[in-house]
Design a binder for this molecule. Structure first.
Ligand code: GLN
Length: 200
């Protein structure tokens, strides 16, 4: 490991934060479980995991995470939201409408795959830093991105729809990269964190 090991936080209020922590460790960075807003001061990037967005929002409110995450974002520090984490970061949420942080200009529809396909695994492809790479995607009661704003870059697709996207320092995915052994997506986020001006 080089001397420039970076610390990345995983919001550990609810959902599958532990597996994100393991995926970060496998990607060669220090993973920190973030349970209080003050802990954000010690990390250079943050993952908001999947889970249940309404529960996540309630706990974020109780622990006063909303202003802390807004400040984190304003400082240019990268944030990666997966599934419920994406829902929390989106500009607009449908089915039903609910509060969100609005840090990436997308509209998402919650639970947008019918009952038959509530949870499934599928091969997909991402284009990361100009390279096309295969990614196995696990969808669990996943949202669908219904609108991408002009400043949002699509990074991966499944079935002709964007399932991973980025706007500046904010990365989102509708699927769960932490549920496979493949660390491609986590390593991409770690690189974003390393390259972020806030780290320099
Ligand atoms: N269905 C959940 C929600 O709407 C998200 C599911 C997930 O994070 N795996 O919040």
């Amino acid at each position: 490991m080089s001397g420039s090991s970076v610390r990345i936080g995983v919001l550990a209020l609810q959902g599958d934060f532990a597996l994100h922590g393991r995926a970060l460790a496998r990607s060669g960075v220090d993973a920190v479980l973030v349970r209080k807003p003050e802990a954000l001061e010690d990390v250079a990037g943050l993952i908001i995991p999947g889970g249940e967005s309404t529960t996540l929002l309630r706990l974020m409110g109780e622990w006063e995470f909303v202003p802390a995450i807004e400040k984190f974002h304003a400082a240019g520090k990268p944030i990666f939201g997966t599934c419920a984490g994406l829902i929390v970061l989106a500009r607009e949420v449908e089915n039903p409408r609910q509060f969100s942080l609005g840090l990436i200009d997308v509209t998402v529809e919650r639970n947008a795959y019918g009952r038959q396909r509530e949870s499934f695994q599928a091969p997909g492809a991402a284009v990361l830093d100009g390279r096309r790479v295969p990614v196995t995607m696990v969808f669990i009661r996943a949202p669908r991105i219904r609108r991408l704003g002009a400043g949002v870059e699509p990074l991966a697709e499944h079935g002709g729809e964007t399932v991973m996207a980025r706007q500046g320092s904010v990365l989102v995915a509708t699927f769960h990269p932490e549920l496979t052994e493949d660390t491609t997506v986590h390593r991409y986020f770690c690189d974003l964190v390393r390259r972020a001006p806030a780290v320099a």
